[in-house]
Design a protein around this ligand. Structure first.
Ligand SMILES: Cc1cc2nc3c(=O)[nH]c(=O)nc-3n(C[C@H](O)[C@H](O)[C@H](O)COP(=O)(O)OP(=O)(O)OC[C@H]3O[C@@H](n4cnc5c(N)ncnc54)[C@H](O)[C@@H]3O)c2cc1C
Length: 386
Protein backbone atom coordinates (compact mmCIF):
# COMPACT_ATOMS: atom_id res chain seq x y z
CA UNK A 1 0.00 0.00 0.00
CA UNK A 2 1.48 3.34 -0.94
CA UNK A 3 0.38 6.00 1.49
CA UNK A 4 0.15 9.68 0.71
CA UNK A 5 3.50 10.30 2.40
CA UNK A 6 5.07 7.87 -0.09
CA UNK A 7 5.80 5.54 2.81
CA UNK A 8 5.07 1.94 2.01
CA UNK A 9 3.08 -0.11 4.49
CA UNK A 10 3.44 -3.86 4.12
CA UNK A 11 0.91 -6.39 5.34
CA UNK A 12 2.67 -9.00 7.41
CA UNK A 13 1.34 -12.35 6.26
CA UNK A 14 -0.87 -13.79 8.99
CA UNK A 15 -0.16 -17.40 8.24
CA UNK A 16 1.86 -18.81 5.42
CA UNK A 17 -0.08 -20.92 3.00
CA UNK A 18 2.81 -23.31 2.75
CA UNK A 19 4.76 -22.57 5.90
CA UNK A 20 7.82 -24.76 6.06
CA UNK A 21 7.54 -25.55 2.36
CA UNK A 22 10.21 -24.87 -0.21
CA UNK A 23 10.25 -22.74 -3.28
CA UNK A 24 12.23 -22.80 -6.41
CA UNK A 25 13.26 -19.21 -7.02
CA UNK A 26 14.71 -17.87 -10.23
CA UNK A 27 18.42 -17.28 -9.75
CA UNK A 28 18.22 -13.58 -10.45
CA UNK A 29 15.09 -13.03 -8.41
CA UNK A 30 16.73 -14.00 -5.17
CA UNK A 31 19.67 -11.75 -5.96
CA UNK A 32 17.52 -8.85 -7.08
CA UNK A 33 15.59 -8.94 -3.85
CA UNK A 34 18.90 -8.79 -2.02
CA UNK A 35 18.28 -11.98 -0.16
CA UNK A 36 20.74 -14.35 -1.73
CA UNK A 37 23.53 -13.92 0.78
CA UNK A 38 21.22 -14.75 3.63
CA UNK A 39 19.32 -17.43 1.82
CA UNK A 40 22.16 -19.31 0.27
CA UNK A 41 22.51 -22.08 2.69
CA UNK A 42 25.68 -22.57 4.58
CA UNK A 43 26.71 -25.83 3.08
CA UNK A 44 30.48 -25.72 3.16
CA UNK A 45 30.93 -28.06 0.22
CA UNK A 46 28.32 -26.57 -2.00
CA UNK A 47 27.30 -23.07 -1.06
CA UNK A 48 24.68 -22.88 -3.76
CA UNK A 49 21.99 -25.47 -3.36
CA UNK A 50 20.88 -24.61 -6.86
CA UNK A 51 18.89 -26.64 -9.26
CA UNK A 52 21.06 -28.74 -11.46
CA UNK A 53 24.84 -28.96 -11.25
CA UNK A 54 25.20 -26.64 -8.29
CA UNK A 55 28.97 -26.46 -8.40
CA UNK A 56 30.06 -22.86 -8.30
CA UNK A 57 31.44 -21.67 -11.60
CA UNK A 58 29.26 -23.99 -13.62
CA UNK A 59 25.99 -22.86 -15.11
CA UNK A 60 24.12 -26.09 -15.29
CA UNK A 61 20.36 -26.12 -15.42
CA UNK A 62 17.75 -28.46 -14.12
CA UNK A 63 17.65 -31.90 -15.67
CA UNK A 64 13.99 -32.64 -16.20
CA UNK A 65 13.51 -36.34 -16.72
CA UNK A 66 10.53 -37.93 -18.35
CA UNK A 67 9.52 -41.37 -17.20
CA UNK A 68 10.04 -43.78 -20.04
CA UNK A 69 13.27 -42.29 -21.23
CA UNK A 70 12.26 -38.86 -22.59
CA UNK A 71 14.55 -36.20 -21.28
CA UNK A 72 14.51 -32.44 -21.42
CA UNK A 73 17.09 -30.15 -20.06
CA UNK A 74 20.66 -30.82 -19.06
CA UNK A 75 23.31 -28.17 -19.11
CA UNK A 76 22.82 -24.57 -20.08
CA UNK A 77 26.55 -24.52 -20.57
CA UNK A 78 27.27 -23.03 -23.97
CA UNK A 79 23.64 -22.10 -24.47
CA UNK A 80 24.47 -18.49 -23.74
CA UNK A 81 21.46 -17.42 -21.69
CA UNK A 82 22.50 -17.92 -18.11
CA UNK A 83 25.94 -16.56 -17.54
CA UNK A 84 28.80 -18.75 -16.46
CA UNK A 85 28.88 -19.09 -12.70
CA UNK A 86 25.27 -18.00 -12.40
CA UNK A 87 22.94 -20.67 -11.06
CA UNK A 88 19.61 -20.38 -12.85
CA UNK A 89 17.57 -21.09 -9.74
CA UNK A 90 17.82 -21.38 -5.97
CA UNK A 91 15.83 -23.64 -3.70
CA UNK A 92 14.82 -21.78 -0.57
CA UNK A 93 12.72 -22.69 2.42
CA UNK A 94 9.61 -20.55 2.63
CA UNK A 95 10.14 -19.51 6.24
CA UNK A 96 13.73 -18.41 5.50
CA UNK A 97 12.50 -16.30 2.61
CA UNK A 98 9.86 -14.66 4.81
CA UNK A 99 12.36 -14.06 7.66
CA UNK A 100 14.85 -12.43 5.33
CA UNK A 101 12.28 -10.23 3.65
CA UNK A 102 10.86 -9.13 7.00
CA UNK A 103 14.31 -8.30 8.34
CA UNK A 104 15.04 -6.31 5.19
CA UNK A 105 11.74 -4.43 5.44
CA UNK A 106 12.45 -3.56 9.07
CA UNK A 107 15.95 -2.39 8.23
CA UNK A 108 14.51 -0.11 5.55
CA UNK A 109 12.16 1.44 8.11
CA UNK A 110 9.03 0.04 6.46
CA UNK A 111 6.03 -0.04 8.76
CA UNK A 112 4.79 -3.59 9.33
CA UNK A 113 1.53 -4.67 10.88
CA UNK A 114 -0.04 -8.01 11.79
CA UNK A 115 -3.54 -6.57 11.47
CA UNK A 116 -5.57 -7.83 8.49
CA UNK A 117 -7.23 -5.54 6.00
CA UNK A 118 -10.96 -5.89 6.57
CA UNK A 119 -12.34 -3.37 4.10
CA UNK A 120 -11.49 -0.56 1.71
CA UNK A 121 -13.33 2.22 -0.05
CA UNK A 122 -11.92 3.71 -3.25
CA UNK A 123 -12.57 7.32 -4.15
CA UNK A 124 -11.37 9.18 -7.27
CA UNK A 125 -8.63 10.83 -5.20
CA UNK A 126 -7.62 8.05 -2.79
CA UNK A 127 -8.46 4.82 -1.02
CA UNK A 128 -9.41 4.39 2.65
CA UNK A 129 -8.22 1.08 4.04
CA UNK A 130 -9.64 -0.36 7.27
CA UNK A 131 -7.56 -2.75 9.40
CA UNK A 132 -8.80 -5.36 11.88
CA UNK A 133 -7.39 -3.25 14.74
CA UNK A 134 -9.78 -0.47 13.75
CA UNK A 135 -7.22 1.81 12.10
CA UNK A 136 -8.09 3.50 8.82
CA UNK A 137 -5.24 4.50 6.51
CA UNK A 138 -5.64 6.79 3.55
CA UNK A 139 -3.49 5.83 0.57
CA UNK A 140 -3.03 6.44 -3.14
CA UNK A 141 -2.98 2.78 -3.96
CA UNK A 142 -3.89 -0.50 -2.26
CA UNK A 143 -1.87 -3.53 -3.38
CA UNK A 144 -3.74 -6.78 -2.73
CA UNK A 145 -1.31 -9.65 -2.12
CA UNK A 146 -3.75 -11.70 -0.08
CA UNK A 147 -3.47 -14.99 -1.94
CA UNK A 148 -5.66 -17.20 -4.09
CA UNK A 149 -8.85 -16.62 -2.10
CA UNK A 150 -8.29 -12.87 -2.07
CA UNK A 151 -11.05 -11.09 -0.18
CA UNK A 152 -9.84 -7.77 -1.55
CA UNK A 153 -10.24 -9.03 -5.12
CA UNK A 154 -13.74 -10.18 -4.24
CA UNK A 155 -14.53 -6.87 -2.55
CA UNK A 156 -13.45 -5.07 -5.74
CA UNK A 157 -15.87 -7.25 -7.74
CA UNK A 158 -13.13 -8.77 -9.91
CA UNK A 159 -14.13 -12.19 -11.26
CA UNK A 160 -11.67 -14.94 -12.16
CA UNK A 161 -11.66 -17.52 -14.91
CA UNK A 162 -10.03 -20.92 -14.81
CA UNK A 163 -10.67 -24.41 -13.52
CA UNK A 164 -9.90 -27.02 -10.96
CA UNK A 165 -7.43 -29.77 -11.94
CA UNK A 166 -8.86 -32.51 -9.71
CA UNK A 167 -5.23 -32.96 -8.66
CA UNK A 168 -3.42 -32.19 -5.42
CA UNK A 169 0.25 -31.50 -4.84
CA UNK A 170 1.67 -33.55 -1.97
CA UNK A 171 4.54 -31.68 -0.34
CA UNK A 172 7.06 -33.42 1.92
CA UNK A 173 10.79 -33.18 2.75
CA UNK A 174 12.80 -36.35 2.29
CA UNK A 175 16.18 -37.28 3.77
CA UNK A 176 18.41 -39.63 1.74
CA UNK A 177 21.60 -41.57 2.21
CA UNK A 178 23.49 -40.21 -0.79
CA UNK A 179 24.18 -36.65 -1.93
CA UNK A 180 21.82 -35.25 -4.58
CA UNK A 181 24.73 -33.31 -6.15
CA UNK A 182 22.51 -30.23 -6.18
CA UNK A 183 20.45 -31.75 -8.94
CA UNK A 184 16.68 -31.47 -9.46
CA UNK A 185 14.61 -34.16 -11.11
CA UNK A 186 11.08 -34.19 -12.41
CA UNK A 187 9.50 -37.53 -13.24
CA UNK A 188 6.32 -37.55 -15.23
CA UNK A 189 4.21 -40.30 -13.73
CA UNK A 190 0.74 -41.11 -15.10
CA UNK A 191 -1.04 -39.16 -12.32
CA UNK A 192 1.18 -36.10 -12.80
CA UNK A 193 4.69 -34.79 -12.20
CA UNK A 194 6.82 -35.97 -9.29
CA UNK A 195 9.52 -33.36 -8.61
CA UNK A 196 12.56 -33.95 -6.40
CA UNK A 197 14.17 -30.60 -5.55
CA UNK A 198 17.52 -30.43 -3.75
CA UNK A 199 17.78 -28.87 -0.29
CA UNK A 200 20.83 -28.40 1.87
CA UNK A 201 22.55 -31.50 3.18
CA UNK A 202 21.20 -34.86 2.14
CA UNK A 203 17.62 -33.62 1.89
CA UNK A 204 15.20 -32.94 -0.93
CA UNK A 205 11.79 -31.35 -1.19
CA UNK A 206 9.10 -33.27 -3.05
CA UNK A 207 6.18 -31.89 -4.99
CA UNK A 208 4.22 -34.98 -5.93
CA UNK A 209 1.05 -34.60 -8.00
CA UNK A 210 -1.80 -37.10 -7.64
CA UNK A 211 -5.49 -37.23 -8.41
CA UNK A 212 -7.20 -35.39 -5.55
CA UNK A 213 -8.86 -38.44 -3.95
CA UNK A 214 -5.64 -40.46 -4.21
CA UNK A 215 -3.63 -37.64 -2.61
CA UNK A 216 -6.09 -37.52 0.31
CA UNK A 217 -5.67 -41.28 0.74
CA UNK A 218 -1.86 -41.07 0.59
CA UNK A 219 -1.46 -38.29 3.18
CA UNK A 220 -3.76 -40.15 5.57
CA UNK A 221 -1.60 -43.32 5.49
CA UNK A 222 0.41 -44.49 8.48
CA UNK A 223 4.13 -43.64 8.44
CA UNK A 224 5.11 -47.13 7.25
CA UNK A 225 2.48 -47.29 4.54
CA UNK A 226 3.43 -43.82 3.33
CA UNK A 227 7.07 -44.88 3.20
CA UNK A 228 6.09 -47.78 0.89
CA UNK A 229 4.25 -45.45 -1.53
CA UNK A 230 7.10 -42.95 -1.44
CA UNK A 231 9.80 -45.53 -2.12
CA UNK A 232 7.90 -46.89 -5.11
CA UNK A 233 8.02 -43.50 -6.80
CA UNK A 234 11.26 -42.01 -5.45
CA UNK A 235 13.33 -45.15 -6.08
CA UNK A 236 16.62 -45.90 -4.38
CA UNK A 237 19.05 -43.94 -6.58
CA UNK A 238 19.87 -41.75 -3.55
CA UNK A 239 20.05 -44.72 -1.18
CA UNK A 240 17.67 -45.26 1.72
CA UNK A 241 15.06 -42.52 2.08
CA UNK A 242 12.93 -41.19 4.93
CA UNK A 243 10.12 -38.61 5.06
CA UNK A 244 11.27 -35.82 7.39
CA UNK A 245 7.91 -34.17 7.98
CA UNK A 246 4.25 -34.94 7.66
CA UNK A 247 3.11 -34.92 4.02
CA UNK A 248 0.46 -32.34 3.16
CA UNK A 249 -1.78 -32.16 0.10
CA UNK A 250 -2.66 -28.87 -1.61
CA UNK A 251 -5.54 -28.80 -4.12
CA UNK A 252 -4.33 -27.56 -7.51
CA UNK A 253 -6.17 -25.25 -9.86
CA UNK A 254 -5.62 -22.63 -12.51
CA UNK A 255 -7.20 -19.21 -12.59
CA UNK A 256 -6.49 -15.70 -13.70
CA UNK A 257 -8.30 -12.59 -12.49
CA UNK A 258 -10.30 -10.95 -15.29
CA UNK A 259 -8.58 -7.71 -14.39
CA UNK A 260 -5.40 -7.14 -12.36
CA UNK A 261 -6.56 -3.66 -11.39
CA UNK A 262 -9.58 -1.74 -10.16
CA UNK A 263 -9.99 1.83 -8.95
CA UNK A 264 -6.87 2.46 -6.80
CA UNK A 265 -6.26 -1.26 -6.41
CA UNK A 266 -3.64 -3.59 -7.94
CA UNK A 267 -3.59 -7.37 -7.54
CA UNK A 268 -0.24 -9.18 -7.24
CA UNK A 269 0.76 -12.81 -6.75
CA UNK A 270 -1.83 -15.54 -6.25
CA UNK A 271 -4.53 -12.91 -5.78
CA UNK A 272 -4.10 -12.25 -9.51
CA UNK A 273 -3.22 -15.74 -10.79
CA UNK A 274 -2.79 -19.32 -9.67
CA UNK A 275 -1.02 -21.82 -11.89
CA UNK A 276 -0.05 -25.49 -11.70
CA UNK A 277 3.24 -26.00 -9.81
CA UNK A 278 4.55 -28.25 -12.63
CA UNK A 279 7.17 -25.66 -13.50
CA UNK A 280 7.60 -24.15 -10.00
CA UNK A 281 6.68 -20.68 -11.24
CA UNK A 282 3.82 -19.42 -9.00
CA UNK A 283 5.83 -17.42 -6.50
CA UNK A 284 8.26 -16.30 -9.19
CA UNK A 285 5.37 -14.82 -11.15
CA UNK A 286 4.20 -12.99 -8.03
CA UNK A 287 7.68 -11.53 -7.54
CA UNK A 288 7.67 -10.42 -11.17
CA UNK A 289 4.33 -8.67 -10.53
CA UNK A 290 5.81 -6.86 -7.53
CA UNK A 291 8.92 -5.79 -9.46
CA UNK A 292 6.84 -4.59 -12.43
CA UNK A 293 4.44 -2.67 -10.19
CA UNK A 294 7.32 -1.08 -8.29
CA UNK A 295 8.86 0.04 -11.58
CA UNK A 296 5.62 1.51 -12.88
CA UNK A 297 5.02 3.34 -9.60
CA UNK A 298 8.54 4.74 -9.36
CA UNK A 299 8.44 5.91 -12.99
CA UNK A 300 5.10 7.65 -12.28
CA UNK A 301 6.41 9.25 -9.07
CA UNK A 302 9.39 10.67 -10.99
CA UNK A 303 6.98 12.35 -13.35
CA UNK A 304 5.04 13.75 -10.41
CA UNK A 305 1.99 11.64 -11.25
CA UNK A 306 -0.60 10.29 -8.83
CA UNK A 307 0.55 6.72 -8.20
CA UNK A 308 -2.92 5.20 -8.11
CA UNK A 309 -4.28 6.87 -11.23
CA UNK A 310 -5.82 4.68 -13.91
CA UNK A 311 -3.17 5.02 -16.63
CA UNK A 312 -0.37 4.11 -14.20
CA UNK A 313 -2.25 0.96 -13.20
CA UNK A 314 -3.10 0.22 -16.84
CA UNK A 315 0.60 0.05 -17.63
CA UNK A 316 1.07 -2.52 -14.87
CA UNK A 317 -1.86 -4.59 -16.10
CA UNK A 318 -0.72 -4.56 -19.76
CA UNK A 319 2.74 -5.64 -18.69
CA UNK A 320 1.82 -8.51 -16.40
CA UNK A 321 -1.43 -9.92 -17.76
CA UNK A 322 0.03 -11.01 -21.09
CA UNK A 323 3.02 -12.72 -19.43
CA UNK A 324 0.66 -14.43 -16.99
CA UNK A 325 -1.62 -15.75 -19.75
CA UNK A 326 1.42 -17.10 -21.61
CA UNK A 327 2.68 -18.89 -18.50
CA UNK A 328 -0.84 -20.17 -17.75
CA UNK A 329 -1.08 -21.61 -21.25
CA UNK A 330 2.35 -23.22 -20.95
CA UNK A 331 1.68 -24.84 -17.56
CA UNK A 332 -1.80 -26.03 -18.63
CA UNK A 333 -0.36 -27.64 -21.75
CA UNK A 334 2.51 -29.22 -19.82
CA UNK A 335 0.12 -30.62 -17.24
CA UNK A 336 -2.22 -31.94 -19.94
CA UNK A 337 0.68 -33.59 -21.74
CA UNK A 338 2.37 -35.01 -18.67
CA UNK A 339 -0.57 -36.05 -16.50
CA UNK A 340 -2.10 -38.21 -19.15
CA UNK A 341 -2.16 -41.91 -19.81
CA UNK A 342 -3.05 -41.68 -23.50
CA UNK A 343 -0.41 -43.53 -25.56
CA UNK A 344 -0.76 -41.02 -28.37
CA UNK A 345 -0.19 -38.05 -26.06
CA UNK A 346 2.75 -39.74 -24.37
CA UNK A 347 4.34 -40.43 -27.77
CA UNK A 348 3.79 -36.83 -28.88
CA UNK A 349 5.29 -35.66 -25.60
CA UNK A 350 8.38 -37.87 -25.85
CA UNK A 351 8.98 -36.81 -29.45
CA UNK A 352 8.50 -33.21 -28.34
CA UNK A 353 11.04 -33.56 -25.57
CA UNK A 354 13.53 -35.13 -27.96
CA UNK A 355 13.05 -32.24 -30.38
CA UNK A 356 13.45 -29.63 -27.64
CA UNK A 357 16.63 -31.31 -26.50
CA UNK A 358 18.04 -31.25 -30.02
CA UNK A 359 16.89 -27.73 -30.96
CA UNK A 360 19.05 -25.14 -29.20
CA UNK A 361 16.63 -22.20 -29.75
CA UNK A 362 13.73 -24.13 -28.18
CA UNK A 363 15.89 -25.37 -25.35
CA UNK A 364 17.12 -21.84 -24.83
CA UNK A 365 13.51 -20.60 -24.66
CA UNK A 366 12.62 -23.15 -21.98
CA UNK A 367 15.69 -22.37 -19.91
CA UNK A 368 15.19 -18.61 -20.24
CA UNK A 369 11.63 -19.01 -19.02
CA UNK A 370 12.73 -21.16 -16.09
CA UNK A 371 15.45 -18.64 -15.25
CA UNK A 372 12.98 -15.74 -15.26
CA UNK A 373 14.64 -14.11 -18.24
CA UNK A 374 11.78 -14.28 -20.71
CA UNK A 375 9.26 -11.56 -21.56
CA UNK A 376 9.84 -7.96 -20.51
CA UNK A 377 11.91 -8.40 -17.37
CA UNK A 378 11.44 -5.63 -14.76
CA UNK A 379 14.57 -3.61 -13.95
CA UNK A 380 14.65 -4.86 -10.35
CA UNK A 381 14.90 -8.42 -11.55
CA UNK A 382 17.79 -7.54 -13.83
CA UNK A 383 19.63 -6.30 -10.78
CA UNK A 384 19.23 -2.65 -11.87
CA UNK A 385 18.19 0.18 -9.61
CA UNK A 386 14.73 1.64 -10.02
C1 LIG B 1 2.31 -27.78 -4.04
C2 LIG B 1 2.81 -26.42 -4.48
C3 LIG B 1 4.15 -26.23 -4.80
C4 LIG B 1 4.62 -24.98 -5.24
N1 LIG B 1 5.94 -24.83 -5.60
C5 LIG B 1 6.38 -23.63 -6.05
C6 LIG B 1 7.75 -23.42 -6.44
O1 LIG B 1 8.58 -24.32 -6.37
N2 LIG B 1 8.13 -22.20 -6.89
C7 LIG B 1 7.24 -21.18 -7.01
O2 LIG B 1 7.63 -20.09 -7.47
N3 LIG B 1 5.96 -21.33 -6.62
C8 LIG B 1 5.50 -22.52 -6.16
N4 LIG B 1 4.19 -22.67 -5.77
C9 LIG B 1 3.29 -21.50 -5.83
C10 LIG B 1 3.45 -20.60 -4.60
O3 LIG B 1 3.27 -21.36 -3.42
C11 LIG B 1 2.43 -19.48 -4.64
O4 LIG B 1 2.40 -18.91 -5.92
C12 LIG B 1 2.81 -18.40 -3.62
O5 LIG B 1 2.82 -18.93 -2.30
C13 LIG B 1 1.81 -17.24 -3.68
O6 LIG B 1 2.24 -16.24 -2.80
P1 LIG B 1 1.28 -15.06 -2.40
O7 LIG B 1 2.06 -14.25 -1.42
O8 LIG B 1 0.71 -14.39 -3.59
O9 LIG B 1 0.04 -15.76 -1.68
P2 LIG B 1 0.00 -16.60 -0.23
O10 LIG B 1 1.26 -17.37 -0.15
O11 LIG B 1 -1.30 -17.26 -0.28
O12 LIG B 1 0.06 -15.43 0.81
C14 LIG B 1 -1.05 -14.56 1.03
C15 LIG B 1 -0.90 -13.99 2.42
O13 LIG B 1 -1.86 -12.93 2.61
C16 LIG B 1 -2.37 -13.06 3.94
N5 LIG B 1 -3.72 -12.46 3.95
C17 LIG B 1 -4.88 -12.97 3.48
N6 LIG B 1 -5.89 -12.12 3.66
C18 LIG B 1 -5.37 -11.01 4.25
C19 LIG B 1 -5.92 -9.77 4.69
N7 LIG B 1 -7.22 -9.47 4.53
N8 LIG B 1 -5.11 -8.86 5.28
C20 LIG B 1 -3.78 -9.15 5.43
N9 LIG B 1 -3.19 -10.29 5.02
C21 LIG B 1 -3.98 -11.22 4.44
C22 LIG B 1 -2.43 -14.58 4.17
O14 LIG B 1 -2.45 -14.87 5.54
C23 LIG B 1 -1.16 -15.05 3.49
O15 LIG B 1 -0.07 -15.07 4.35
C24 LIG B 1 3.71 -23.90 -5.33
C25 LIG B 1 2.35 -24.08 -4.97
C26 LIG B 1 1.90 -25.33 -4.55
C27 LIG B 1 0.44 -25.51 -4.18
Amino acid sequence: MVARTQKVAVLLPLAQLLAGAHRQLHGRFAEAFGVVDRLVVEDADRPLAGLGGGEQGEAEAVGVEAAGGGRLGAATEGAGHVEQGEPFAHMVENRDLIDVLLARAEAEGIELTTAAVTDFVSRPDGVDVTFSDGRVVEASLLVAADGARSKLRERAGIATHGWDYDQSGIVVSVGHERDHQGRAEEHFLPAGPFAILPLTGKRSSLVWTEKRSEAARIVALSEDEFHGELEQRFGLHLGEIKALDKPRAFPLGYFVARSFIAERLALVGDAAHVIHPIAGQGLNMGLKDVAALAEVIVDAARLGMDLGQADVLDRYQRWRRFDTMAMGLATNSLNFLFSNQSTLLRTVRDIGLGLVDRAPPLKSLFIRQAAGLSGEVPRLLKGEAL
